[in-house]
Design a protein around this ligand. Structure first.
Ligand code: NAG
Length: 294
């Protein structure tokens, strides 16, 4: 009698653990109980199936915008970097005046310098990196920390363990009597800024002073929140969705997007975001500022 009870208990636990593994909380059937054509009616598996569908990608490349989803990333060596692989997601071939790329630093990795007159911004997505200037002053950067390096500034980015960063570079647009300073900081130390008429939370990672010709915004939306202004403007954007899901409108197209997606927005492309899903949306956004478009 006792052993039957034990068997009952064990089989119950087994079923419970199966249900926990499943995509939703409805108890799923074990494999042996599955019928031959179960994929037709088990709709909870659709998102997973889609990822592995041969030839399927959500990535899009058009004249005035692009969506690059993670299954399209192609990594290769970065010029002058050691033990690092990079995937360029936005580059002037698309029409942008900046580049945006992911850099995967492996053990004992080290950055190379950008081209002459090119400034660089880095943001840590995974692991940690150490940035060191020519005087040997070092800062450790963890996830959500970032650094800005003015053009022709000497420094290195190093890591002794795997780390991933997103990098923006552009040719610096000078203004007489304004000089950008190198800086290191973190997202959580930046104050929330006023966003008149809008509901999302905004932080700017760089100073708004004239010395800087671009800024990086961190924008947070709760599920259901959306942009009020359907923006059309001269500035260009590189966006990396860090958390959450939603719908991005670009021109006449409406794209379901999720964390990991990157977006290029050319000047004047109509743009709008609505956050959906069950958790906060957070994205990181490059925007050129403080310079006349002429
Ligand atoms: C980081 O940013 C905050 C807010 O902008 C600023 O008060 C602080 O001085 C910065 N820290 C460093 C090390 O620059």
């Amino acid at each position: 009698m006792r052993s039957i009870f034990l068997l009952f208990l064990i089989s119950g636990l087994f079923r419970y653990s199966l249900a926990q593994e499943g995509f939703c909380s409805v108890p799923s059937e074990s494999k042996s109980e599955k019928h031959l054509y179960w994929k037709i009616y088990d709709s909870t598996l659709y998102p997973l199936n889609l990822q592995n569908l041969p030839g399927f990608t959500r990535s899009v490349y058009k004249r005035d915008h692009a969506l690059i989803s993670p299954e399209s990333h192609v990594y290769g060596p970065l010029p002058d970097w050691i033990n690092t692989l990079g995937a360029y997601l936005i580059s002037p071939e698309m029409g942008s005046h900046f580049i945006m790329y992911l850099a995967k630093l492996k053990e004992n990795s080290k950055s190379g310098l950008p081209l002459h007159d090119v400034e660089r911004f880095i943001f840590v997505l995974h692991g940690a990196v150490t940035v060191t200037n020519a005087h040997g002053v070092s800062h450790a950067l963890k996830v959500d920390s970032y650094a800005y390096f003015p053009p022709n500034f000497e420094y290195s980015i190093e890591s002794d363990a795997p780390a991933i960063i997103v990098v923006f570079e552009r040719r610096y647009a000078q203004l007489p009597n304004h000089v950008p300073e190198p800086l290191v900081n973190s997202t959580d130390k930046q104050p929330l800024l006023e966003t008149p008429g809008e509901i999302f939370e905004l932080r700017k990672l760089l100073p708004t002073s004239l010395a800087y010709d671009f800024n990086i915004h961190i924008m947070d939306f709760q599920p259901g929140e959306f942009l009020n202004v359907k923006e059309v403007h001269y500035n260009q954007h590189g966006l990396l969705l860090l958390e959450g899901q939603g719908i991005y409108r670009l021109g006449d197209s409406w794209y379901p997007v999720q964390a990991g997606d990157a977006i290029w927005m050319a000047p004047f492309v109509p743009q709008w975001y609505g956050a959906l899903g069950k958790t906060r949306s957070r994205y990181l956004l490059y925007k050129d500022v403080n310079r006349s478009p002429l």
